[in-house]
Write a protein that binds this ligand. Structure first.
Ligand code: C2E
Ligand code: MG
Ligand code: MG
Length: 584
């Protein structure tokens, strides 16, 4: 299970370690030393991975693998020559040396640039003297971890974000923790908006920071306190009871009442806390994960408590609290008719290719306005469909409609590619590639006019099947994009194995590119590494010109977001594409 130790809330930027911090010392030998004693040292110590070689020239590394290959005879050296050889005779020419102060991210990029065939690389000091070695696999693992860290934390407070709570919930259940003994507290600050409006955002941020610090101290180290966004926080407890959860909730109400010292202002505030405990789960729809269900119930309980007066705690037993589950049930009930009756719509969002300055592709996003439910956001719709098994028929409808639209545009003289989103669940069963190719065939469009966006998730990555399906698509000319990169389980090393041609950097990371140096550096590293691997990079959620300019200087290939154009109906996106070109 991942280690979710709480960070001190003022840790807002995550530092990327340097090679110095993860390198292991190795013995040093001289290039002119005889080879035999060195070979013996390797034989005597099976854990010895390499030695650093101090030469007349550059410091070099002699690895066990290299030694054994050279002595195996196949390369023409052979054991017979061992008695006369010196260390310098078998060194690799032009070996990779990495500087000790290099960040892991830059190290990963350099290793990739060199093909990354070696298992270990040599780390050297400024003056070229050896510091030690680092395993290539460790570099990639650490880079992945750092990326995950950024994606799993709220940038303002450093607390875990919603995604990390999700993961923690799933990990707990997977580790056999009884969901009935889990609880979620949903915390909303009363009157926070007023502080923000009267004292300004800076004071508002300070207040959130100090509340986050109080909250982190109020829970046991094994529990998780996170920020959901705005002035909303949540705590996930496990191995707990209703009485215990209520006691923690009371404590949080109390600590919010203590005055906040914001420079010259002293602010008095309160919090309302909704409590949901695992024993409530029996009453929920079976389709939600325990954490989703608990969060939903705790949210409803919080709202209910607010209505009956603030600065208090609330439980979800009240009748008004079940609204959210009812809505989901209604979505589930009405969706089949919406699909079969063609009541859904696709909207299309343009992607601007910075290399050519043109828009040649759009992303299809599903839209549904139901007379009774109103507009159902895509995320909500897809989530319910995934939980109820309706995602297959929804996915088929999207596929057919997108292909038909690509055909219609082609007939009108626009060879625009349409990207569709594929749920990890569609990839978990065989037949996706066949279905996609059949739809392309039926519409009579070239395969390159359809693109698929898949999300990184355990479902996709653990599945050899998913890889095979994606490989088939790529081979047929349908490009595969890895969506929401940076929010989940990705690492740069993993990209070497996945059959994808394009990376889509998630908007949560793009959001901070023009304000947060650490995020800008991360994106720079990712773009660099992606290019070395032959992948293109799309940045999504670009809303500001400053973000666009930053991405341009970082050599990002394609951008997408409200700045370029919002998702629009097929008819409305056509003039938008021309218009965007005129202004950007
Ligand atoms: P996604 O594929 O990452 O799509 C991007 C989402 O961000 C879309 O939300 C889009 O409207 C929104 N967006 C685009 N540019 C900006 C921007 O500049 N700023 C902000 N704040 N948002 C922007 P939407 O349409 O609500 O879709 C949400 C998610 O639902 C999608 O994320 C995708 O995962 C899923 N989804 C949407 N349509 C489908 C579909 O047809 N099938 C499947 N399986 N999933 C879909
Ligand atoms: Mg997408
Ligand atoms: Mg995305």
């Amino acid at each position: 299970m991942t280690d979710y130790a709480l960070v001190v809330p003022d840790m807002t930027t995550i530092r990327v370690p340097t090679l110095r911090e993860i390198s292991t010392r190795v013995p040093e030998v001289s290039a002119s030393d005889p080879l035999r004693p060195v070979e013996r040292a390797f034989r005597d110590d099976p854990h010895l991975r390499a030695v650093a070689v101090i030469g007349p020239g550059d410091t070099a590394l002699l690895t066990r693998l290299r030694l054994e290959t050279m002595l195996s005879g196949r390369l023409g050296f052979g054991r017979a020559l061992l008695s006369r050889a010196r260390v310098c005779d078998i060194l690799e020419e032009d070996a990779l040396r990495l500087h000790a102060e290099l960040s892991l991210r830059d190290a990963a990029a350099e290793i990739l640039a060199r093909g990354g065939a070696e298992e270990d690389v040599l780390v050297v000091e400024d003056d070229g003297s050896p510091l030690g070695i680092v395993a290539v696999s460790v570099v990639f693992r650490e880079v992945g971890t750092v990326f995950r860290e950024v994606a799993l934390r709220d940038p303002l407070t450093g607390l875990p974000n919603r995604r990390m709570l999700d993961e923690r919930g799933a990990d707990l259940v997977a580790a056999g923790v009884d969901p009935e003994r889990m609880a979620v507290l949903y915390i909303d600050l009363d009157g926070f908006k007023q502080v923000n409006d009267t004292l300004g955002h800076k004071a508002g941020d300070e207040l959130l920071l100090s509340f986050a610090a109080r909250l982190a101290r109020a829970v046991r180290p094994a529990d998780l306190a996170g920020r959901l966004g705005g002035d909303e926080f949540a705590v996930l407890l496990h191995d707990t009871s209703e009485a215990e959860a209520s006691a923690v909730a009371d404590r949080i109400v109390q600590l919010a009442l203590e005055p906040f010292d914001l420079g010259e202002h002293h602010v008095q505030l309160s919090a309302t806390v909704g409590i949901a405990v695992g024993t409530d789960l029996a009453a929920f729809t079976a389709s939600l994960t325990p954490l989703d269900a608990l969060l939903q119930q705790a949210d409803a309980a919080m709202l209910y408590a607010k209505r009956s007066g603030k600065a208090r705690t609330g439980r979800p037993s009240e009748p008004a609290a079940s609204g959210a589950s009812e809505r989901r049930a209604l979505i589930r009930q009405r969706l089949p008719e919406a699909i079969s009756g063609d009541l859904l719509r696709l909207h299309y969002q343009p992607k601007l290719d910075l290399r050519t300055g043109t828009i040649t592709s759009v992303e299809a996003l599903v839209r549904w306005t139901d007379p009774e439910l109103g507009a159902v956001p895509a995320g909500e719709l897809v989530e319910v469909a995934e939980h109820t098994g309706q995602i297959r028929s929804l996915g088929d409808w999207v596929l057919r409609t997108a292909c038909a639209q690509a055909r219609a545009w082609l007939d009108a003289g626009h060879a625009w590619s349409v990207a569709i989103n594929i749920s990890p669940l569609q990839l978990a069963a065989p037949g996706l590639s066949a279905a996609v190719l059949a739809a392309i065939d039926a519409a009579g469009i070239p395969t390159r006019l359809l693109q698929v966006e898949v999300t990184e998730s355990r479902a996709v990555l653990d599945e050899g099947l998913a890889n095979a399906e994606l490989r088939e698509l790529e081979a047929a000319g349908v490009t595969v994009h890895l969506d929401d990169f940076g929010t989940g389980y990705s690492s740069l090393a993993m990209l070497r194995r996945l059959p994808v041609s394009t990376l889509k950097i998630d908007q949560s990371i793009v959001e901070r590119i023009d304000s947060d140096q650490a995020d800008a550096e991360l994106i720079a590293g990712v773009i660099n590494a992606a290019h070395i691997l032959g992948l293109s990079v799309i940045a999504e959620g670009v809303e500001r010109r400053t973000q666009l300019e930053r991405l341009r200087t970082l050599d990002c290939d394609i951008v997408q977001g409200y700045l370029i154009g919002r998702p629009e109906s097929a008819a409305d996106v056509v003039p938008l594409i021309g218009g965007a070109l005129a202004t950007l």
